[in-house]
Write a new protein. Structure first.
Length: 347
């Protein structure tokens, strides 16, 4: 049997579910991610849009592992529609991204797709773009609803609800043999490796992973929260320090993304600990290396942050803007729990 790559598998799934992906799930940032059920014929179309368009794409940082997958998919899908695409690296600096946006406006691009460096700058971004009447598709980092409302009909958000990803992380722990309480003392003790504190995904993953445990009636104790800013090396160092300080008291390591989980795993193994036996480890993104670790039993699980589904939805929203059709404020794409049972299909 011929094996297909994770990207080919996810792309096939995205094509099959394209109609569902691009149906809005309500107009509130507090809406939970849910599978969409109906869609416009334009959203479902896999054909190139009528005519060409110039699309400018601003990514907060090319060095981000997940956004590398996302922008590669996005570029492919936009070009498949016949659009000219320019993608720029904000280098995790809002001033740099603001200059890039101004350059795109001077060039007269038809649509801007923006993964903001700082979600707190989203309103300023809209205020900068609004006089030109250039449509905006915000991706991956969710602005406040008031920001989208301020440019109604010309602005939307495509993403996944991070509350769902955090909840799934907690559920992965609850689904283990000990439900996270390895030493059987009636309490789950954990450390948390956090992403950018301004990023809503980091905030929600931190909150809802633990909420899933407490909602299930579990007593929890946070030993320490580390601000690792999505970075593998920083997380490796912090988890090494945590293991040296707290030792076997650490039962669970929660990481807001897989890059930090990969760093955590290095330190866990160097400390002589064994995931699944005397410690649990979960991440988010379903990066290839992380998924392989799930298959190999080196990670408890991860949560698929569907780059293919989100890139597909962003490209379809862009097409709606290009064609002058109605665009909703929000388009949600579900996360997926990745466990030893299903991990192989995501490699």
């Amino acid at each position: 049997m011929k094996m297909i790559s994770r990207r080919d598998f996810m792309k096939a799934s995205a094509v099959v579910g394209a109609a569902g992906v691009l149906t809005a799930c309500g107009g509130s940032s507090s809406s939970t991610a849910a599978s969409s059920t109906a869609a416009s014929s334009a959203a479902a179309s896999s054909e190139a849009a009528t005519g060409s368009a110039n699309v400018g794409v601003c990514i907060y940082q090319f060095a981000d592992n997940f956004m590398t997958l996302y922008r590669t998919d996005l570029e492919e899908y936009l070009k498949d529609k016949g659009y000219a695409v320019t993608i720029v690296d904000g280098k995790n600096d809002q001033n740099t991204q603001t200059e890039q946006i101004n350059t795109f406006l001077q060039q007269g691009v038809d649509v801007l797709i923006i993964n903001p460096v700082q979600t707190t700058s989203a309103q300023t971004i809209v205020d900068t773009i609004k006089p030109s009447e250039t449509p905006i598709v915000f991706i991956n980092r969710e602005p406040e609803k008031a920001v989208l409302d301020s440019y109604a009909g010309k602005c939307c958000y495509v993403g996944a609800d991070a509350r769902q990803s955090g909840t799934y992380q907690g559920e992965l722990i609850l689904e283990t043999e000990t439900q996270g309480d390895i030493n059987g003392d009636g309490k789950i003790t954990y450390i948390m490796c956090k992403g950018d504190p301004e990023n809503i995904d980091a905030q929600y993953r931190t909150e809802y992973s633990i909420k899933a445990l407490t909602d299930a009636g579990k007593e929890v104790e946070c030993l320490y929260e580390y601000l690792d800013n999505w970075d593998q090396t920083t997380a490796q160092q912090d988890v090494a320090n945590a293991l040296a300080q707290y030792g076997e008291k650490i039962e669970v390591v929660f990481c807001n993304n897989d890059a930090m989980a990969l760093g955590a795993l290095q330190s866990i193994e160097q400390a002589g600990r064994t995931v699944g036996k005397d410690i649990y480890l979960v991440g988010v993104d379903a990066l290839k290396e992380a998924v392989q670790n799930v298959v190999d039993g080196k990670m408890t699980g991860t949560v698929l942050n569907d780059d293919v589904g989100q890139a597909t939805a962003a490209a379809e929203a862009t097409q709606l803007f290009v064609e002058g059709k109605d665009v909703e404020e929000y388009y949600w794409v579900d996360y997926v729990k990745v466990t030893t049972e299903n991990a192989a299909q995501y490699l």
